[in-house]
Design a protein around this ligand. Sequence first.
Ligand code: HEC
Ligand code: HEC
Length: 467
Amino acid sequence: MPRTTPFLAAAVLTAIAAATGLPAFSADPGWNHLRSRAYLPPDFDQEVFDALPTVWEEPAASQAATATPEARRRMAMDRYGLTPDPADPSKPLQYVVAADGSWTMSCLACHQGQLGGRAIPGLPNSNYALETLTEDVRLVKVKQRKPFGHMDMGSLLLPLGTTNGTTNAVMFGVALMRHRNADLEIVHRPPKFDMVHHDMDAPPWWHYAKKKRLYADGFAAKGHRMLMQFLLVKENGPEKFRQWEDEFREIEAWLLSLRPPRWPGRVDAALAERGRAVFGRHCADCHGTYSDAGDTYPGRIVAIDEIGTDRVRFDSLTRENRRDLNDSWFGRGIAGEPGVDDPGWFGRGIAGEPGVDAPAGYVAPPLDGIWATAPYFHNGSVPTLWHLLRPGSRPAVWKRSGDGYDERRVGLEVEERAAMPAGKLPPVERRRHFDTTKPGKSAAGHDYPDLLSEEEKTEVLEYLKTL
Ligand code: HEC
Ligand code: HEC
């Protein structure tokens, strides 16, 4: 049942926004690029965005038709998981809206979310409804006789995301890299139809500083060039990447400057202290230690059979996919990484693990700010930390209650179900449900908390709030 959490909501609204809010526009060069630079071709124009409610299903369409323009815009932002820019609420943080009215998706589409209506820098967007937005845009473009853009076309070839808040981003990357050589020159290859589509929950950017390598399986070299991977649309030739490199150095500097948000609620200090000890015994080997005197982070990769979480992401990338990326311009010339010019690089691997082109499993991520980054696991399958600590009680199907935050269980406020509702749901409603029975969406695994008593779980939950 939905629970109201007034003290946390109020604290989020005031404390977070004030203390760790986004910088003023153009105060930080990296942030400024993310907000103002259209690195991709535009997705649609203002006229298309304003007409989106005309293609909605009922009762949403009628509600929008009689609403004020502001209320209608707010409804549209909510439906697609967009957050109004505090500096100009008519524009979302996730798209670059140019003076000519064009809207262009940016990195922030997936990587800038909100809690309690306020954007927290580097928080992933757990509301983004890319597939729904793209479907609605296409319908409006047909009505307005406008040409389809790259996203409209792309979504006819591959799914964009079957659950709100998660996207098929890893397979976008594979599809894009397929048409490039190591120097990022465009090469023509037939499209591939054997890709393993699956949805991922983007990780928070404030972990970037601690991460040794990137992505769920840690296969990619860390560096400003790797951050540009998502820009490989055919309109961007190799020269664009060289031209934009300095801007991505500044974007990387912004990522490195981010800090996790502090839990805005109360903490039972004695309980949390006992939780620290439990964490030290059962969790720290993989997730590191946290203290004012300095953190440790081992960056361990846990073998896929041992971790037991959904393995579709692990299996979806071939050895060649991983090698093509690391072997390309993106993986070269990165400080601290020898790159492909060093013949020993692929064979070297990580701390006794096989080479990075064939990782062993998933990286145990840092847990800083973990209270804010629900849902959990790489596929976003577990709605709260309470559920994460109780593998046997994780819901088979869950649906968010609007933007509610579950302060007791620490995470998303959800409605739990044993199965999807009977009958055929409209796609927009189906994507509001997380169905763990679908491929790539399992919430199983990571059974380590089973070793803890109920009391220890309560203690660890309290401790996790403090990270
Ligand atoms: C369509 C959604 C989407 C967009 C747009 C997007 N990303 Fe991501 N990003 C993801 C997902 C999902 C992952 C996790 C992939 C994985 O672990 O395999 C990710 C991972 C990352 C990571 C690795 C973090 C880590 O801790 O390992 C970084 C850094 C990153 N993205 C930066 C960017 C930048 C910079 C851009 C813009 C150029 C961008 N992303 C655009 C979805 C997106
Ligand atoms: C053997 C190593 C290992 C141990 C021990 C371990 N974890 Fe994990 N943990 C992982 C890995 C690997 C993942 C990533 C799994 C995935 O995303 O599929 C993970 C994921 C998590 C996540 C979700 C992170 C996110 O951003 O979604 C949390 C929270 C977590 N662990 C907490 C704990 C706690 C609390 C303990 C101790 C009771 C613990 N872990 C013990 C390896 C471990």
